[in-house]
Design a protein around this ligand. Structure first.
Ligand code: HEC
Ligand code: HEC
Length: 200
């Protein structure tokens, strides 16, 4: 009878291992499903008809969300992304170059050299064309509409600034500005206002 017991044990052990593995695999699968969101993420762009930049700070998607993206998620992700009524893109900015850096540089590059958005340097675009592109956006390619996001004066300053770059009349902002050297000195006889830098 011993050999029979032996064969039993011999077939039981692999069965136990297989059952155990199957249970583990199911548990892993359940964990994976419960932590995976219901939608493929870039699909939000298709569903809402909005570019990634509507909801993501990074124009290519992923990473931190914009205010509109956060509002959309908090409203239960409806098919239409709610507008942030009255929220301006560059509140208080009046200089065209400043407005460009705030609202456009993330996509078109600090020097308008092209990044996610196309290069604007020497592109020959007119002020009117730039203005209409800014207002309408290029939704399918990923440029949002800035309708209602600038005051009329800001839009003028921005379009004029971008036009001078696109015509080659003005160079985009430089990489750095020269600064005066620091004025910190360490006197050998320290005063309360000007200590001796602790011997450094
Ligand atoms: C309508 C808003 C919306 C749009 C448009 C959108 N996303 Fe998202 N995306 C989200 C939200 C919200 C999350 C957080 C995960 C979730 O809620 O499912 C997310 C998450 C992601 C993630 C996972 C990493 C992370 O940051 O959580 C990636 C990657 C991503 N999105 C890429 C994209 C890309 C690429 C596009 C454009 C093709 C895009 N998204 C368009 C709202 C959006
Ligand atoms: C989220 C990214 C993004 C932002 C922000 C953005 N753009 Fe764009 N822009 C694009 C993309 C992408 C294109 C290319 C569209 C295409 O090829 O159809 C484009 C195209 C353009 C064009 C048309 C270029 C041409 O040759 O026809 C102009 C002009 C322009 N952008 C100006 C601006 C200005 C000015 C701002 C700031 C107010 C701005 N864009 C902000 C992504 C962006």
């Amino acid at each position: 009878m011993k050999p029979v017991e032996g064969t039993h044990r011999g077939t039981l052990a692999p069965q136990l291992i297989i059952t155990g593995l199957a249970v583990l695999a199911l548990a892993a699968l359940a964990l994976f499903w419960s932590t995976t969101p219901g939608h493929a993420l870039p699909e939000y762009a298709n569903r809402t008809g909005e570019p990634c930049a509507t909801c993501h700070v990074s124009p290519g998607g992923g990473g931190p969300r914009t205010l509109r993206g956060l509002l959309w998620a908090s409203k239960g992700k409806p098919d239409k992304v709610p507008e942030l009524a009255g929220v301006m893109a560059a509140p208080g900015a009046t200089d065209g170059a400043d407005i460009y850096q705030i609202a456009c540089a993330a996509c078109h590059g600090k020097h308008a050299e092209g990044l996610f958005g196309v290069e604007l340097v020497n592109s020959g675009l007119s002020t009117a064309k730039i203005r209409s592109q800014v207002l309408s956006g290029r939704i399918i390619s990923g440029m949002p509409s800035f309708e209602g996001k600038f005051t009329a004066t800001q839009l003028d300053a921005l379009s004029t600034y971008v036009a001078t770059i696109s015509s080659g009349a003005a160079a985009p902002i430089p990489n750095s500005y020269p600064l005066d050297p620091g004025h910190l000195t360490c006197p050998s006889t320290p005063t309360p206002d000007n200590p001796n830098c602790g011997g450094n």
